[in-house]
Design a binder for this molecule. Structure first.
Ligand code: AMP
Ligand code: MN
Ligand code: MN
Length: 333
């Protein structure tokens, strides 16, 4: 017997529920919306589609969506379950159960945050330490490598068989959020092994998600990396390296090309902190922060209005990039 928590009124701070309670909420749903975060990555999409597939198999009408951009990044277009994706404007205004996946704050839902109010119940499944607990119920495990790892545990307890389609979605989140199994912990490889045991092609999934770019990526990298700046005295002498990708640099390229840059910049040995300023529209910047050991960039991003994890975080800012760099340096101390 699963226990289903009762509550119909939104609370300012959500109630933490167990995996067993989450199963009760999901099984009891008469309709469901699963929302992924804006500028989606493979963890939020892999999680959203995996959960969507399971709900569909249980006979629960389900829509999966994200607010922006209006198309799924090309690298994720081969993920199973994408038939469940609907354009943001087609997401039902009211639903029995709304679930968000890998989404640390209501703001990260973009325009679809409006759907929280039309849901009889809302559930937040996530692994961000900065999660603002904006749903009625939450299952937040900030020790999990990826939101798909939280879902794998949920499916196991629920006796959902993880077949190749589900494994493909879950592996997509695991391989990307662990940086191709760089940021691992006991259990990460055990989960990967299980998922690979379903017959999925792990090499092809990783190549498609992480190692496939059009030729235009190379000149963009050349321009952006050659203008990177090292500030050894920043972050109390630990060092900051920053680079900016202007709209003109990334014209004609996809999010995969823009998101890849921070993984090169962060390798700079003289800097504990790396920042990549990504211009999403003229004068609007999405900022990716990375650190290695001693700086908690989630705390830095939170002070600048964003969030994330200890070693990978982000925020948005508008105005000249020079001012944004000054504000970041001040916050880093
Ligand atoms: P990214 O640099 O975009 O790969 O993001 C790194 C981490 O920071 C991810 O876990 C994101 O969820 C989080 N993050 C990025 N941008 C924001 C933002 N604007 N607000 C809150 N969290 C963010
Ligand atoms: Mn994510
Ligand atoms: Mn994630």
């Amino acid at each position: 017997m699963t226990h289903c928590p009762e509550s119909t009124t939104p609370t300012l701070t959500s109630r933490h529920v167990s995996l067993q309670d989450v199963i009760g909420l999901l099984e009891g749903a008469t309709s469901a919306t699963v929302l992924c975060h804006v500028q989606p990555d493979a963890d939020t999409i892999g999680s959203g589609l995996a959960l969507g597939i399971v709900l569909e198999r249980k006979g629960i009408p389900v829509q999966v969506s994200f607010a922006t951009p209006d198309r799924l990044p090309v690298s994720m277009s081969g993920l199973p379950g994408r038939h469940l994706l609907v354009p943001a404007e087609d997401v039902a205004e009211s639903v029995d159960l709304l679930v968000t996946v890998d989404c640390g704050s209501a703001g990260r839902l973009g325009a679809l945050a409006s759907r929280l109010g039309g849901a009889r119940r809302s559930l937040v499944i996530d692994h961000h330490r900065s999660n603002t607990r904006y749903g009625m119920f939450d299952l937040i495990d900030d020790s999990a490598e990826a939101t798909t790892a939280v879902l794998a545990r949920l499916f196991d307890l629920w006796n959902v068989e993880i077949d190749a389609d589900l494994a493909h979605c879950l592996y997509a989140g695991l391989v990307t959020d662990t940086g191709s199994f760089r940021w691992v912990q006991p259990g990460t490889h055990t989960l990967a092994e299980r998922l690979l045991g379903t017959g999925i092609d792990g090499a092809a999934i990783a190549r498609t998600l992480l190692d496939t770019h059009p030729f235009g990526w190379l000149p963009m990298l050349g321009a952006v990396l050659s203008s990177a700046v090292l500030v050894p005295e920043a972050a109390q002498g630990r060092g900051l390296v920053h680079a900016a990708i202007r709209c003109t640099d990334s014209a004609g390229l996809g999010s995969e090309e823009v998101e890849s840059v921070v993984d090169i910049v962060r390798t700079t040995s003289e800097a504990e902190v790396a920042a990549v300023f990504k211009e999403s529209a003229p004068g609007s910047w999405s900022v990716s922060l990375r650190s290695k050991e001693t700086v908690d960039v989630a705390a830095v991003a939170e002070r600048l209005g964003g969030g994330g994890h200890r070693f990978a975080a982000g925020y948005t800012v508008s105005g000249p990039v020079e001012s944004a760099i000054c504000a970041l340096r001040e916050t880093l101390g």
